[in-house]
Design a binder for this molecule. Structure first.
Ligand SMILES: C[S@@+](CC[C@H](N)C(=O)[O-])C[C@H]1O[C@@H](n2cnc3c(N)ncnc32)[C@H](O)[C@@H]1O
Length: 208
């Protein structure tokens, strides 16, 4: 988890912003809607490039900010399947991606991600998880079998604004993140590192 001034400093170095991304950041700020932001967004795109991702799954896509970064890292025939519970968010995401010329790269699926994913076939090269935090442990048996060997499972909010350090036992979200983190590190064949970028990203490589 980065200090706000360090995060602002890192943002200053990011060169390849486009006007749509900046507009989405303004919308998120105005609506107090949580998005990964430019530093983590660029990291997502870089990781997608590193693994040569062509087929990406996102669970908890909001209005498409993180999907926008991921879509820009795809080859011409690549695709992000972006699952979002709110039809309103998904609709807004379609508008932004369309305006950015990325509409053919992102398919929004509206509904509960843990339900929808059960009807989806893998393999995916990269899976980004950003659903409700208490759902994180239940998501793992659904994502892992759908990730290719050598693929990346990336999970947001792993540091939960520091609440994981001295957790409030009554907070289901923090408990969910801690249980999920334990699973990530204990699952054979997964190689996980937590990066303290923004709110903490877990990057897990599927080795076997
Ligand atoms: C933190 S926001 C996502 C932001 C997005 N990943 C980004 O950074 O631009 C979390 C989103 O996940 C959605 N969500 C939470 N749990 C979900 C679930 N089980 N299935 C589908 N969407 C879910 C919420 O509606 C919300 O829009």
């Amino acid at each position: 988890m980065l200090q706000p001034d360090i995060d602002a400093y890192l943002q200053r170095w990011i060169p390849d912003r486009d006007v749509i991304l900046e507009e989405m950041e303004e919308t998120a700020s105005r609506r107090r809607f949580p998005i990964v932001g430019p530093v983590a967004g660029r990291l997502l795109a870089q990781l997608a490039l590193i693994v040569g991702a062509e087929r990406i799954l996102e669970m908890g896509a909001g209005f498409g900010y993180s999907a926008y970064w991921l879509a820009r890292a795809l080859p011409p025939d690549g695709r992000v399947f972006a699952i979002e519970r709110s039809g309103e968010n998904a609709g807004l995401g379609q508008v932004y991606l369309g305006r950015g010329g990325l509409a053919d790269k992102v398919e929004f699926l509206v509904g509960d991600a843990l339900q929808i994913v059960q009807g989806m076939a893998g393999p995916f090269d990269l899976i980004f998880v950003d659903v409700d935090k208490e759902q994180y442990p239940a998501s793992l048996p659904l994502t892992l079998p759908r990730l290719r060997r050598g693929g990346l499972l990336i999970t947001d909010n792993i540091l939960w604004q520091g609440r994981v350090v001295n957790p409030d036992p009554s907070e289901a979200s923090t408990r969910g993140i801690q249980e999920y983190t334990r699973l990530l590190y204990e699952t054979a064949g997964l190689y996980t590192t937590i990066l303290p970028v923004r709110d903490g990203l877990a990057v897990s490589l599927k080795l076997t």
